[in-house]
Structures are given as structure tokens and as C-alpha cells.
Write a protein that binds this ligand. Structure first.
Ligand code: HEM
Length: 136
């Protein structure tokens, strides 16, 4: 597995652990109320599991496994950009929510996440092709 895939998958696993821990806390808080402010962690739960875990895992595996040119995986810089932008975006969405703010930082975070997906698509698009040239 290439180093970048290792990074993406490890980061995804960290988000899975964080997301499930927060989910468990929220569930506990529903049954046995601990503190009302815990509900501020709901956006982090959603963000960590939907983007940090699911999207990042898909990117990590796709970068590893999509068809290559000999041993080359195409423009790797797009994938580095996707990794940095996605993770920066996740925290820019999550942190304002923790502090009870709804501001333009969240919009910036969403913008970074969208750009990350676009950057990854630019990398992956030419690699999505039939295994054998001219195959039906
Ligand atoms: C990949 C796994 C998961 C994903 C993608 C996910 C995603 C979500 C999303 C999108 C919501 C918001 C739903 C809404 O507002 O209508 C939510 C809420 C919640 N999740 Fe998860 N979740 C996952 C796993 C878990 C796990 C493992 C737990 C508990 C251990 C958990 C506990 C909760 C709780 C307590 C809520 C709040 C429900 C409420 O509004 O009453 N989630 N989750």
C-alpha cells in the first residue's frame, strides 16, 4: 500500500474511533443526561463519521487500488491536496460548532471539503478505465 494510502486510511480510522466515541457519549446523554452542552458534539459526530471516516477511507483505498500506468499513479499532488483540504475542512466545520458559533468559518470549511473531493476526482478520473485496452 502506498504511503499516501496509509496516511489516508490511518486518519480515517482515527476519525472512526473519535466519531463512535462521540456517538456513544451522545447516546448515553440521551438516556442518562450528563450535560446539555454535549449536544454541541453532534456536528463533530456527523462530520467525523461521514467525511473523516467514510470519504477518507474511500479516497485511501481508491488511490491504492485504481488502475495504474506501469507503477505510476498519476498526479499525486491532487491527492495530497485532497488529504490536507479535507482534514482542514473537517476541523473548520467542527470547531465553531463546539463553541456554539455559526459563522463564515463553517462555510470556508465546507468549501475546503468540496475542493478536496474535486481535487481527488481530478486525480482519479483518468485512472478509471477498462483493465484491458479496447475491452468491451
Ligand atoms: C458510520 C457510522 C455512523 C454515521 C455515519 C452516523 C451518522 C449520524 C448522523 C448523520 C446523525 C444525525 C442524524 C440527525 O440529526 O437526524 C447521527 C446522530 C446520532 N448518532 Fe450517529 N452515526 C454513526 C454511528 C453511530 C454510533 C456507533 C453511535 C452510538 C454509539 C451513534 C450515535 C448517534 C446519536 C446518539 C445521534 C443523535 C440522535 C438524535 O438526534 O437523537 N452513531 N449519526
Amino acid at each position: 500500500m502506498p504511503r499516501l494510502s496509509v496516511l489516508l486510511v490511518r486518519a480515517a480510522l482515527i476519525y472512526l474511533a473519535l466519531g463512535i466515541t462521540i456517538g456513544a457519549l451522545l447516546l448515553w446523554n440521551k438516556g442518562v443526561p450528563l450535560h446539555p452542552l454535549l449536544w454541541r458534539l453532534l456536528p463533530a459526530h456527523m462530520e467525523f463519521l461521514l467525511l473523516g471516516w467514510t470519504v477518507q477511507l474511500a479516497m485511501g483505498i481508491a488511490f491504492w487500488i485504481l488502475p495504474r500506468w506501469q507503477s505510476k499513479r498519476g498526479n499525486v499532488r491532487f491527492v495530497w491536496a485532497a488529504f490536507v483540504l479535507l482534514n482542514a475542512g473537517i476541523w473548520l466545520v467542527v470547531l465553531p460548532a463546539w463553541f456554539g458559533a455559526q459563522n463564515s468559518v463553517v462555510i470556508l470549511g465546507r468549501g475546503l471539503e468540496t475542493t478536496a473531493v474535486g481535487a481527488f476526482a481530478l486525480h482519479a478520473w483518468p485512472r478509471v478505465k477498462p483493465w484491458v485496452e479496447n475491452a468491451t
